[in-house]
Design a protein around this ligand. Sequence first.
Ligand SMILES: Cc1ncc(C[n+]2csc(CCOP(=O)(O)OP(=O)(O)O)c2C)c(N)n1
Ligand code: SF4
Length: 532
Amino acid sequence: MGKLVLLGAEAIGQAALDTGISGIYSYPGTPSTEITEYVQTSRQALENGIHCSWSANEKTALESALGMSYAGKRAMVCMKHVGLNVAADGFINAAITGTGGGFIVTVADDPSMHSSQNEQDSRFYADFAQLPVLEPSSQQEAYDMVFAGFELSEKFSLPVMIRITTRLSHSRALVTTRSPRERNPLKLPEDPRQFVLLPAIARRRYRNLLNMQDSLQEVAFKSEFNRLEAGTDSSFGIISCGLAYNYVQENFSGGIPYPILKITHYPAPVKMIKMLAGLTSTVLVLEEGYPFLESKLRGLLDDSGLVIKGRLDGTIPRDGELNPDLVAKALGLPVRKGPDVPAFLANRPPSMCKGCGHIDTYNALLEALSGFDPGRTFSDIGCYTLAAMPPFNAINSCVDMGASVTMAKGAADAGLIPSVAFIGDSTFTHSGMTGLLDAVNENSPITVIISDNETTGMTGGQTSSATGRIESICRGIGVPDEHLRVIVPLRKNHDENVAIIREELNHPGISVIISRRECIQTASRRLKKQKA
Ligand SMILES: Cc1ncc(C[n+]2csc(CCOP(=O)(O)OP(=O)(O)O)c2C)c(N)n1
Ligand code: SF4
């Protein structure tokens, strides 16, 4: 036992180590990145040979962790919420195969989209897959839930989701840790065909999953994490999910007067919800993300005469992050005003770093495109997406990772020729490569610019899967040598780079231009390390 001050994300990383994981698999994405970074810099992980390098994307990460679980070992996969869209195929099907060693899928949601393209709520995925979810209300619970999650996973041989959100992931608290547990030995499934989802086996396994649902309900009802507190004033009741419990506590320093049902372990325990409904006539549902539970309750309790308040009736805004002030308003309490935010901390629009290679690449691209009508540059997701802003105004789409290449292809198929895809090296190996194969197979008249800064810059400079191998990957996919060009994005090369890009824009088939210069932030960290 020890005490550590940890971010929520770090508490999960430390707990994963203490519960005896053999591997953590991840693709970076805010607000989940710090879990894996914590493990990567941990002596405990190093000494125990815990696998913790970055995967190419969330799907490969999830499947690798599932393979480790198949082999009997405890494994965790971590990702941001949109990463689960990428990994969804494996996630849903892992609920049907079941697992071997404990298997936790940690997903970090980002309500209010602080650094994301949407604010989807991962609880829906777990509900869809019919899997349990643990949603911590504090850093301590985040730590404890990793232990509980592995126990639950090993008891039912099912994946368990841990859902966190930005605020919990990125805030610190004192966490009491436990003594590390032994790692599991290698152990293969007793039924050698358990993981073979041929229809006859899948049907049997799916019935098995369905048959477990009542027991999962019962376990959630008895869970140490779900609690019904009676309160003294039953004029209304509260259901708080995850972190919202913390926000309610913040509003009542002398104890919560209303009956409150704290739900941090799903499936939401129906018996407890009915018990709360028996205590009051109005229920306020506080949850981070979508009105997941609230919409379920409306179906469940519509004929009970119970008034249900929450995000669906406007008591809480339908979108955006929850906070103590919104909870205070919903409870009819005065909002306590804190000190004003100093001007130097005020929000600043994000922009690319001065001297970044993406800037030189865009400058060359914009000049090369000057003879064409605008509206033909499909971007991907990375630091280079910031070229959507002035003074560049250089890109016309950014939808999901990998979409630049395939959207450029689709637009070219429609007759928008040339179309340009602008993608970073990490995003290219995440999910741009397969789109390039489609474009190569049809020799689509698109120019793909891979702006290779040899790192995953936007999420803090994690290693990129194919550093040093982008040319050979493109060749392997079938990009012809004469249209596979490499440029160095420096001001002194501007004219030469414009000429090369222009040549390839005028080529009526597939071309790839790799624009390579190391991210200056990564370079300066590397040089500092070398000096130390
Ligand atoms: C599915 C998904 N996973 C992760 C992220 C988080 N994310 C945003 S950009 C990015 C990678 C950017 O790397 P790269 O394409 O090399 O560009 P750079 O930022 O280095 O310029 C990641 C991991 C995301 N937005 N979507
Ligand atoms: S972090 Fe690196 S890639 Fe991102 S804007 Fe700064 S220099 Fe460019």
